[in-house]
Design a protein around this ligand. Structure first.
Ligand SMILES: [Zn+2]
Length: 255
């Protein structure tokens, strides 16, 4: 079978500040809406790939800016969640979705086990191997690590408007998420949701349960509403806010 990614296409992931010795690791699972050429746009018009079902609008820019401010090791996934979702367990129905919100994904219907495996081995596995390798290196060196899984959510889902500006999400380990929630809740005019509109579970999520909870790393899965970070001005405001509040939240829990 020919490679999924052509030699002139980007690698499956991009690491920001690979030599960082800071405490923070930031992942952006849904940074890009790029589709490998070999998949022919998955049968979708460009307008569908450009909207939130294709990626987390604004999240890559916030990750890059925040990584610079926190001296973080950060990683961006370079391909669309519609190709293979890097925050889902491979083999589950939402890993290679045949429908997202109200859009059918023709290029994902009836794909063979070999083609599904290829998306995993060429995109999902290298991305998560890079994260695991970085966390292994830090653990061997005895370095403390705080983990941020950065996402963005659509302001309107299935016709319902969402009032919250941002959300902290977590599973078993509430330490960093709760501390950040309290710090954000003190910001005037900000509406922050606590484990809504989604929550982290072992079944629905991959990054946090696998990379953080199995290692006992403090983490927060953080979501920002997309209309607030679609442009540079809003991105800069959220980078500023998180660059000041994340270290305070870390301090609150003894890091
Ligand atoms: Zn996301």
């Amino acid at each position: 079978m020919p490679s999924l990614l052509a030699c002139d296409e980007p690698k499956p992931f991009h690491v920001i500040q690979p030599a960082s010795v800071g405490r923070w690791v930031i992942t952006c699972d849904h940074a890009s809406n790029r589709i490998p050429r070999a998949l022919g746009r998955l049968g979708l018009p460009d307008a569908e790939i450009a909207r939130h079902i294709g990626w987390d609008i604004g999240a890559a820019a916030v990750t890059q800016g925040l990584a610079a401010r926190l001296n973080a090791w950060a990683i961006l996934q370079n391909y669309s969640r519609l190709v293979i979702d890097c925050n889902r367990h491979p083999g589950t129905p939402t890993s290679i979705p045949v429908r997202s919100e109200n859009t059918d994904i023709p290029g994902n219907v009836g794909i063979s086990p070999e083609h599904a495996a290829q998306r995993r081995t060429e995109i999902f596995d290298p991305y998560h191997a890079a994260i695991a390798a970085e966390l292994d290196t830090r653990a061997r060196a005895g370095r403390a690590t705080l983990f941020v899984a950065l996402h963005s959510f659509t302001p309107v889902y299935d016709g319902a408007a969402r009032a919250m500006h941002a959300a902290v999400l977590y599973n078993r380990d509430v330490r960093l998420a709760r501390a950040l929630f309290h710090r954000l809740a003190a910001e005037p005019g900000l509406i922050v949701a606590d484990n809504e509109p989604y929550r982290v579970t072992d079944e629905s999520d991959y990054g946090v349960p696998v990379h953080c909870e199995r290692r006992g790393l403090p983490y927060v899965e953080f979501e920002i509403r997309q209309d607030l970070i679609a442009q540079a001005e809003g991105q800069a405001a959220w980078i500023d806010r998180l660059a000041s509040l994340l270290p305070l939240a870390a301090c609150d829990i003894g890091f």
